[in-house]
Design a protein around this ligand. Structure first.
Ligand code: NAD
Ligand code: TYD
Length: 339
């Protein structure tokens, strides 16, 4: 079997490549990434030692490059992780989100259709449902909810999901979509909450908490997400959406306090800053469908996952020091200075 993994040098794409090489040792995994700011080829160094892995630097919005790639390999499966992914960046510059997340997905869908793939899996996000009230703890995201995206990021992801599902209905392309909650784990780019707070704390820098820190996210260890995608890819039903999450809702401020405690750093580093525009209050997945239909359940408890994530960042200082000393410095200044 031949798999195309787009966004392979990003956070989840990298973890997924390693997952697939281990779980499907006789299959070929082709990873592509345009190596934008969030993609790091060094993530895939070990994978490149495996003869079942091929990496190509390529952009999903480049029609000619994608056409040549599909022609060269004749993929059985396409898993589309490639995207612009940071809500804060989408508030500053929505255009590249529409181009990458919508146009890029359409180019891949057309090629998947033309070349007759067995399955096109679109990596979606729970953010397409908008948010839930903080106090309504009996309400969860189910697959049948209408889409109500709040940010340009989530709106572009919602458009991509709908396009993918429309290719199933209109053209009969075998499509599945997963909508996962917030991931954490190794290789996450330091612009996102957990690595940002971890790295700032290690450097004794202020921890910029948006608003009052009471927003809720539903955290899932990245390997559990990879296993869910693998399961849907092989056993999911065409044209279906599967929510992926493990009932692990936490207030941002509580996550930050756990990180500080693990690192032995003082809570005085916490600084409350101006809230994100349109900031979603609460995300909470109902994973009943994927559990009942496909038997998937998360395997990693948050208490263990956060410890191994912190360990990974402590053991891989070179990885993040190179990032935070590069163009990220300018990003951080613009996003957080005078906030
Ligand atoms: P990421 O930003 O770490 O990785 C995205 C990767 O896509 C990067 O390597 C980037 O270089 C690449 N990319 C961007 N534009 C591209 C283009 N035009 N062509 C080729 N590659 C391109 O993000 P992530 O957290 O790994 O997210 C991966 C996917 O999972 C995204 O689709 C995201 O919406 C979805 N998702 C993420 C989370 C989360 O908590 N991180 C949760 C649910 C869903
Ligand atoms: P983030 O990691 O950007 O993921 P998402 O917004 O896609 O869920 O943010 C997670 C939560 O943390 C979100 O409620 C915003 C908050 N946050 C902060 O309080 N400070 C920060 O510096 C960042 C990056 C996020």
């Amino acid at each position: 079997m031949k798999y195309l993994v787009t966004g392979a040098a990003g956070f989840i794409g990298t973890n997924f490549v390693y997952h697939m090489l281990e779980k499907h040792p006789s299959d070929l995994i082709v990873g592509i990434d345009n190596l934008s700011y969030a993609g790091n080829i060094k993530n895939l160094k070990k994978a490149q030692e495996n003869s079942n892995f091929v990496f190509r630097q390529a952009d999903i919005t480049d029609q000619d490059a994608m056409t040549a790639l599909f022609k060269e390999f004749g993929f059985d499966y396409v898993i589309n992780f490639a995207a612009q992914t940071h809500v804060d960046r989408s508030i500053v510059d929505p255009g590249i989100f529409v181009k990458t997340n919508v146009l890029g997905t359409q180019i891949l869908l057309d090629l998947a259709r033309e070349t007759g793939v067995k399955r096109f899996h679109q990596i979606g996000t729970d953010e397409v449902y908008g948010d839930l009230p903080l106090e309504a703890t009996d309400q969860f995201f189910v697959e049948t909810l209408p889409l109500k995206a709040s940010s340009p990021y989530s709106a572009s992801k919602a458009a991509a999901d709908l396009l993918a599902l429309s290719y199933n209905r209109t053209f009969g392309l075998p499509v599945t979509v997963s909508r996962c909650s917030n991931n954490y784990g190794p290789y996450q780019f330091p612009e996102k909450l957990i690595p940002l707070m971890l790295i700032n704390a290690l450097n004794d820098k202020n921890l910029p908490v948006y608003g009052d820190g009471m927003n809720v996210r539903d955290w899932l260890y990245v390997e559990d997400h990879c296993e869910a995608v693998d399961t849907i890819l092989h056993n999911g039903r065409d044209g279906e959406v599967y929510n992926v999450g493990g009932h692990n809702e936490m207030h941002n401020i509580d996550i930050i306090k756990i990180i500080l405690k693990e690192l032995g750093k003082p809570e005085s580093l916490i600084t409350f800053v101006t809230d994100r525009k349109g900031h979603d209050l609460r995300y909470a997945i109902d994973p009943t469908k994927i559990h009942n239909e496909l038997g998937w359940l998360p395997q990693t408890k948050f208490a263990d996952g956060i410890k191994s994530t912190i360990r990974w960042y402590l053991d891989n200082k070179d990885w993040w020091e190179e990032i935070v000393s590069g163009e990220y410095r300018e990003y951080y200044r613009k996003m957080y200075e005078n906030r």
